[in-house]
Design a protein around this ligand. Structure first.
Ligand code: ATP
Ligand code: MG
Ligand code: FE
Length: 347
């Protein structure tokens, strides 16, 4: 089965083609991505209307590119998957509209996919794919969750952020440090030159006894520090603050992941979402897990942030697991807000 996946929930247009295999994880045949980062940079964040309009421009050329790269004809596609939510309504509508129009024109079924399930399953496309069951640390721009995952569609939320997401904490702190959007990678680069013990920043909920997170207070602490720099812009102070911020976020993510592993008794951790690209987080998790005999799995670096491959993959895995059948209804709606536990789950 050939599955075309279309991602358009935020500021990246992603298209990919995967092929299911009789045994094992579906195979990624080709994928293409257009990021709107440069377009939104002037505004310091994503402008929804501009995002939608750009998705419209990009999605068909990207699909053609992917088909050419895979050496496949349009007619060879068996299922068309799209991100149904969560995300920006207008942006989601572009992917959904294109997918359903294509499906109707080709007479092929379509399937709406949950964006976070895409992130969650993306490590299955890596060279070292995980096995069920595992604890998942989902750390993206809009979400920070720990989950117990027993199979495709078998997700149990263990804890989540009560305010900002980890990616948001990176982005907002970066903004306060005068770094561009999206700030995560920029803050991580600046942090390489800093001393991560230079500033004492809060580790909210570190000892809360549950698996929830809170990052809003960290941003406030960074703001307080950054204000003291005004008039005395010193590059080393900024690097130190960046390093201290990154260290605070990483420490909380690592400690809570370990607590989730302990609580579930599982020996496998899967990291997904954009913050999963962070080198310090990976190094800290690798060290902590090695010590405890826990295996850690990550998505390929380029598949940590939004992409079409994870959407095609999630659709393929759901269909393969018999949880959901693609449909030829072609009447679509999008779900800008859509908790993962509202998905049709496997028995
Ligand atoms: P969601 O998936 O929750 O809807 P999103 O799609 O915007 O949100 P992702 O694409 O998974 O999120 O990830 C983007 C986030 O990852 C941004 O907040 C970005 O700053 C962060 N990020 C990306 N690379 C790094 C890095 N190397 N270090 C820290 N953060 C990073
Ligand atoms: Mg993005
Ligand atoms: Fe995402």
């Amino acid at each position: 089965t050939l599955v075309l996946g279309i991602e358009s929930s935020c500021d990246e247009t992603g298209v990919a083609l995967v092929r299911t295999r009789e045994h094992g994880v579906p195979e990624l045949l080709a994928h293409a991505l257009h990021t709107q980062v440069a377009m939104h940079a002037d505004y310091g964040g994503v402008v929804p209307e501009l995002a939608s309009r750009d998705h419209i421009r990009r999605v068909i050329p990207l699909a053609n590119h992917v088909l050419a790269q895979a050496g496949q004809a349009l007619a060879a596609i068996d299922v068309i998957a799209y991100t149904r939510g969560p995300g920006l309504a207008g942006a989601l509508l572009v992917g959904a509209g294109v997918a359903c129009a294509l499906g109707a024109a080709l007479g092929k079924p379509v399937l709406g996919v949950h964006h976070l399930e895409g992130h969650l399953l993306s490590p299955f496309l890596s060279a070292d794919p995980p096995e069920f069951p595992f604890v998942a640390l989902l750390v993206s721009g809009g979400h920070t969750q720990l989950m117990r995952v027993d199979g495709v569609g078998r997700y149990q939320l263990l804890g989540e952020t009560i305010d900002d997401a980890a990616g948001e904490a990176f982005d907002k702190s970066a903004k306060l440090l005068g770094l561009g959007y999206p700030g995560g990678p920029a803050l991580a680069r600046l942090a390489e030159f800093g001393d991560d013990t230079a500033y004492k920043l809060p580790r909210p909920l570190l000892h809360s006894g549950n698996l929830d997170f809170s990052f809003a207070g960290l941003k406030t602490a960074v703001l307080t520090q950054a204000k003291k720099f005004e008039g005395a812009p010193c590059e080393q102070m900024r690097a130190d603050l960046a390093a201290s911020t990154q260290a605070a976020i990483v420490e909380v993510l690592v400690k809570k992941s370990l607590a989730a592993l302990k609580a579930t008794g599982l020996k496998r951790l899967v990291v997904a979402g954009g913050v999963g690209a962070n080198a310090r987080l990976r190094a800290a998790l690798n060290a902590a897990c090695a010590q405890r005999g826990v295996r850690v799995h990550y998505p390929e670096l380029h598949l940590c942030t939004d992409n079409g491959a994870m959407i095609a993959l999630a659709a393929a895995m759901r269909v393969q697991a018999g949880i959901e059948a693609p449909n030829t209804d072609y009447a679509f709606d999008v779900k800008p807000r859509w908790p993962l536990d509202m998905l049709p789950l496997a028995a």
